[in-house]
Design a protein around this ligand. Structure first.
Ligand SMILES: Nc1ncnc2c1ncn2[C@@H]1O[C@H](COP(=O)(O)OP(=O)(O)O)[C@@H](O)[C@H]1O
Ligand SMILES: [Mg+2]
Length: 344
């Protein structure tokens, strides 16, 4: 039997920006047709840059990519006809109505007359925007705007839909509604979805396969369950009263690893995280071992494995810390508009 060609295939993408910023350092992505694939990573990991290259809005310094079977560098026009893009920042015209936005997008893709009207009505109904169709988009709620963005990306019935952070900035209720929309889209025949997110929970819930991205490359890839399943036992996180020096770490690591049922001791600033067959049972022994060498523990928590733990294991730092580091480094980020105007 033939295996179908991947809907998206990127190999060793490298992209640097002026000022020596390495956005991608060898990004590999393969997405099978008809599946939902999640690129999960903190701010600054390179998710949007990957999407921009795959949607022909940016060129890599090196590396190759095909989307829907077309080479993004050699046949960008073919790629654009095959894809829908929902950029991280909305491309809708705020002073036009929802219906006008959809009509314009449809015309850009060659739809006219009754076919255009039908498609616009269909999308307005599908995304619960029919009642708001005649209102200016600037008066829409965040969730309504985002639903319109997705509708705009679907006007020309693309084979591959790119959703760059579809729920960032939405309140919890609108986020849940968007998850339902994406889940329904995923059921559409043949549609392939590549979404990016910095929410672990979102990737876990929506994507059949996840690639965890850190510093411009994929650090691990698999199904959410397989990724979580790799982490045997519980995670025990201990918050230390003070940081331990490099030499102290080595000997601490040895003595903690030697405790029964304990494996994988990871240091991260003032935290120690270990894997234990039975987390609750291991806590007294861990605290005792730390106390014997004079290391004070402020707090200890036991948790079932989560994607957060997978991230810590493969990226070597905690997800929240990676986010915080990126946020402080990114205060100067530009407000470029990434709307893909037409392309037919
Ligand atoms: N137009 C740009 N000019 C300079 N640096 C950029 C530009 N776009 C992105 N970067 C930098 O490239 C890195 C990756 O950014 P991006 O792909 O937007 O990450 P993500 O979408 O995962 O948050 C970051 O360090 C970011 O600051
Ligand atoms: Mg981004």
């Amino acid at each position: 039997m033939n295996t179908p060609a991947p809907a998206v295939e990127a190999r060793q993408l490298i992209k640097t920006y002026p000022g020596d910023v390495t956005a991608l350092s060898g990004m590999d992505v393969t997405v099978e047709p008809g599946t939902v694939f999640g690129l999960l990573g903190p701010n600054g990991a390179g998710k949007s840059t990957t999407v921009k290259i795959l949607t022909t809005l940016a060129r890599p310094d090196s590396g190759t990519a095909t989307v829907a079977g077309h080479d993004v560098l050699r046949h960008p026009d073919r790629v654009r006809r095959a894809i829908g893009v929902v950029a991280q920042k909305s491309g809708a015209d705020p002073v036009a109505t929802g219906r006008e936005n959809l009509q314009l997008q449809g015309r850009l893709y060659g739809l006219r007359g009754a076919a255009l009207r039908r498609r616009v009505d269909e999308l307005l109904a599908r995304f619960h925007l029919a009642d708001a169709a005649g209102r200016q988009v600037k008066g829409y709620s965040g969730g309504m705007q985002r639903r319109l963005d997705v509708a705009l990306g679907l006007v020309h019935r693309p084979e591959v839909l790119f959703l760059d952070e579809p729920t960032t900035g939405l309140d919890p209720e609108a986020r849940t509604a968007m998850w339902d929309e994406i889940t329904r889209l995923a059921g559409d025949e043949g549609l392939t979805i590549l979404l990016t997110t910095h929410y672990l929970e979102e990737a876990d819930r929506l994507a059949e396969r996840i690639a965890i991205v850190d510093r411009g490359r994929v650090v691990v890839e698999g199904t959410p369950d397989a990724l979580k399943g790799e982490l045997r036992g519980d995670a025990v996180h201990m918050e230390l009263r003070e940081a331990v020096g490099d030499s102290g770490r080595t000997s601490l690591k040895d003595s903690l690893s030697a405790l029964p049922g304990v494996h994988e001791v990871l240091f991260d600033g003032r935290r120690i995280s270990v894997r234990a067959e039975d987390g609750a049972a291991a806590v007294p022994a861990l605290l005792g071992a730390l106390e014997r060498v004079g290391v004070g523990v402020a707090a200890a928590t036991v948790a079932r494995p989560s994607l957060d733990d997978v991230y810590l294991r493969y990226a070597g730092r905690r997800y929240a810390d990676a986010e915080a580091a990126a946020d402080s480094a990114e205060s100067t980020e530009s407000t470029e508009n990434l709307a893909l105007a037409g392309g037919a």
